[in-house]
Design a protein around this ligand. Structure first.
Ligand SMILES: [Fe+2]
Length: 261
């Protein structure tokens, strides 16, 4: 696990988390800006989820508020976790339909760019689509597969997660739209992902598993799904033989500059 300067805030005896005023202001800045940016860029299923969640603008929401909506739509929950958690715990939570969220928010100095997933990323980026049964089913399946997978298989599964749940795009009659939470919680990447700068390829799970990524740069390549329901259909397929196939074929050459050793 990597180190972090952040600490997750702990709930009081009533399960409520108290954030200082300046942290609510960071939330307000992030959500106000991002709600504008995602118009005509996020996919409809995500926007439907935003409407259902009705996230407050003036304060960081309590997880209980989110959980009431998730419980009534797909049965998912958000689980409060420490800042960084081991892979094993991540898969265990997903396999129980619990999406981990660390209860801290980035500082005003790191408003635009943050490697650690904070509460804005988890709640704004991921929770809207967790109200969608297709997306929820795929995330659940991913958790169950990851739990049983070996360390090496997990690395390949992680690429599938990265290029769908975090950085996936959707083809729609209105044009390319975003469903990946890593993109939708970043104003810069929301604009960049739909521009002509990166490469866009039709989604192929085997190709996604073979595509190396870096978490500290804008993605050079995005995979485009024909429709969100495709994730549900993928979840019904046997994914592990694809993992084995990807392991045999190996990784593609990275489309980004590799760091100096
Ligand atoms: Fe994420």
């Amino acid at each position: 696990m990597k180190s972090t300067q952040y600490l997750a805030r702990q709930p009081d005896a009533n399960g409520l988390i108290h954030y200082p005023e300046q942290e609510h202001r960071v939330w307000n800045t992030l959500i106000t800006r991002q709600l504008e940016v995602i118009q005509n860029r996020a996919c409809q299923e995500y926007l439907d989820g935003i409407e259902q969640l009705a996230l407050p603008l003036d304060r960081i929401p309590q997880l209980g508020e989110i959980n009431r909506v998730l419980a009534s739509t797909t049965g998912w929950q958000v689980a409060q976790v420490p800042t960084l958690i081991p892979f094993q715990m991540f898969f265990e939570l997903l396999s129980r339909k619990q999406f981990p969220a660390a209860t801290f928010i980035r500082t005003a100095a790191e408003l635009d760019y943050l490697q650690e997933p904070d509460i804005f990323h988890e709640l704004f980026g991921h929770c809207p689509l967790l109200t969608n049964p297709w997306f929820a089913e795929f995330t659940h399946t991913y958790g169950k597969l990851g739990l049983k997978a070996t360390k090496e298989q997990r690395v390949y599964l992680a690429r599938l997660y990265w290029l769908t749940i975090e950085f996936g795009l959707l083809d729609t009659p209105a044009g390319l739209r975003i469903y990946g939470g890593g993109i939708l919680s970043s104003p810069k990447e929301t604009l960049y992902a739909l521009s002509n700068e990166p490469e866009h390829q039709p989604f192929d799970p085997l190709e996604a598993m073979r595509t190396p990524y870096r978490i500290d740069i804008l993605q050079p390549l995005y995979f485009v799904l024909p429709q969100l329901k495709h994730l549900f259909e993928l979840a019904q397929q046997d994914i592990m033989p694809l993992v084995q196939q990807a392991m045999q074929l190996g990784l593609h050459a990275p489309k980004f500059p590799t760091r100096a050793a």
